[in-house]
Design a protein around this ligand. Structure first.
Ligand code: ATP
Length: 474
């Protein structure tokens, strides 16, 4: 619930590689200009901490979710998927501990009444959880309002769950919560999934879905939002094996970010200090990324012990134990969780792919996104849009490609500009049809990263691209 930095617990101490992009604004403006991410409800002045994904953003985020699902479900025999409801029985959140303690330390300025998360105030970033609960901490450190220097209140715990009412009566009895994490939907379905899929331990349940948190100080673009999407996997194991599974999941999850192009130097693990651990956690390690605003959590890996199933079993009276046929034992499984943010991951891939290069005296902006993540895989471009035969051949090629991949046609600028535009949104290949194509039945295929151009015959273009993009089809 907090990202209090604790440099002493980070293993190993990594030198600061610096961010991939110096100013966050570079990514924010590219996102807006090219249609990746827009402020929500912008024509009404916006709504704080909610963002909308535009035509390119939705492709990128879908690709990120697909890549995660592939690694976590499709390629594993021991993990199955789930899509549970956002609204759940309210008692779930009492049992899980969220009603009592899903909170952050809030301080309020007594003159301007702005509210801040205490551990994000300058001078309070490295406080321990015990210190963050200390009523005298603000006075002791002499903390003041960062906006108008006003006096700040003592910290109080602010619960981050959004509440609403179910059914036509807005009364306390009809109170429900928008889920603040997807994990609980998995725990309450543990028995349903295990019995229906006939899985033996160890096995996992994976889920991607929206979560909502009424964050005190959202910000840094899509890093901290009030409505966001999580990609969570809960791995159910025999208690004695939980530590070993935890250790095995750490490198796997880090490797996933590297596989999809994140510079390994900008990734590190950070272990939570004992007093920073959430109420359920036996051990927690964050995968952190070096964002333009510092090292921050990308994903959490947690050993949750038997807290979740044990508590739900106790609260419902339902038997959530596992019967181990091999040993004849009955026990409540322990859980190792990997909890990532789809928005944070997409944001990270976007930042880390951003490059500015000098090409013949001009600056070329390139998003060197992994081909699996790139919104468009190929753009088909006419050298001369006034020649109907050229345009027609472009459409024929595009129609042939679109069954297998996102392929777009564009003729709204000169070829040089069209290349730059595709580079800037990360399209790995451009196919250009020129006058010669009408004679030699070949086109130019340009590679985004090397800018190399090769001539490929029209009837081989599809196979050529499928091979290079790693899409296997007959
Ligand atoms: P933080 O310390 O940043 O508040 P947390 O430790 O509470 O985060 P978890 O509860 O472990 O985060 O959530 C798992 C993942 O969900 C995070 O690693 C992050 O990728 C994502 N996530 C959590 N809160 C947000 C948010 N407000 N906006 C976007 N993504 C989020």
């Amino acid at each position: 619930m907090t990202d209090t930095p604790d440099p002493t617990s980070q293993t190993p101490p990594a030198p600061d590689p610096g961010p991939a992009v110096a100013a966050l604004e570079t990514i924010v403006s590219l996102s807006k200009r090219r249609g990746f991410i827009f402020p929500s409800s912008e024509i009404y002045g916006g709504i704080n901490a909610v963002w909308d994904y535009g035509p390119l953003g939705v492709e990128l985020k879908n690709n990120v979710k697909r890549a995660w699902w592939r690694a976590m479900v499709q390629e594993r025999d021991d993990i199955v998927g789930l899509d549970a409801g956002i609204l759940m029985a309210p008692q779930v959140w009492v049992t899980s501990g969220h009603v009592a303690s899903f909170s952050d330390p809030l301080v309020e300025c007594e003159s301007c009444h702005r509210r801040f998360r205490l551990d994000e105030l300058p001078g309070a970033e490295s406080l321990t959880q015990t210190e963050l609960r200390d009523p005298g901490i603000v006075d002791r450190l002499g903390l003041r309002c960062p906006v108008d220097e006003g006096k700040l209140s003592a910290p109080r715990r602010f619960n981050l769950m959004f509440r609403t009412h179910m059914g036509p009566v807005e009364e306390e009895a009809a109170l429900v919560y928008l889920r603040p994490e997807t994990a609980q939907g998995i725990y309450v379905n543990f028995r349903n999934v295990r019995e229906s899929s006939r899985k033996k331990l160890p096995f996992g349940i994976a889920q991607i879905g929206k979560a909502f948190r009424n964050e005190i100080s959202p910000g840094n673009f899509v890093f901290r939002m009030r409505e966001f999407e999580q990609m969570e996997m809960q791995y159910f194991v025999k208690p004695e094996t939980a530590s070993a599974h935890f250790e095995a999941w750490m490198p796997r999850r880090r490797a996933w970010y590297e596989q999809y192009g994140v510079n390994p130097a900008r990734l590190r693990f950070r272990e939570h200090a004992p007093d920073e651990l959430a109420h359920y956690a036996k051990k927690a390690v964050d995968v952190e990324y070096r964002f333009p605003f510092g090292w921050k959590e990308l994903e959490g890996i947690h050993n949750r012990g038997d807290w979740d199933l044990g508590r739900h079993q106790q609260a419902t009276g339902e038997n959530l134990e596992y019967f181990d046929q091999a040993t004849g034992e009955h026990y409540v499984p322990w859980i190792v969780e990997t909890s990532a943010g789809a928005d944070r991951a997409a944001f990270t891939f976007l930042i880390d792919a951003y490059r500015e290069e000098e090409v013949r005296g001009e600056t070329r902006v390139v998003l060197s996104l992994h081909p699996d993540l790139a919104p468009y895989k190929v753009a088909v471009l006419p050298l001369l849009k006034k020649r109907p035969e050229i345009v027609e051949l472009c459409h024929r090629i595009r129609d042939d490609l679109k069954r297998d991949m996102m392929a777009v046609y564009d003729d709204t600028a000169s070829i040089g500009k069209l290349y730059r535009r595709q580079d800037e949104i990360g399209t790995p290949y451009c196919v250009t049809v020129d006058v010669d194509s009408l004679e030699d039945h070949a086109v130019t295929v340009r590679d985004r990263d090397s800018m190399e151009q090769v001539r490929v015959s029209v009837d081989q273009v599809r196979r050529y691209l499928l091979e290079r993009l790693g899409i296997t089809r007959d």
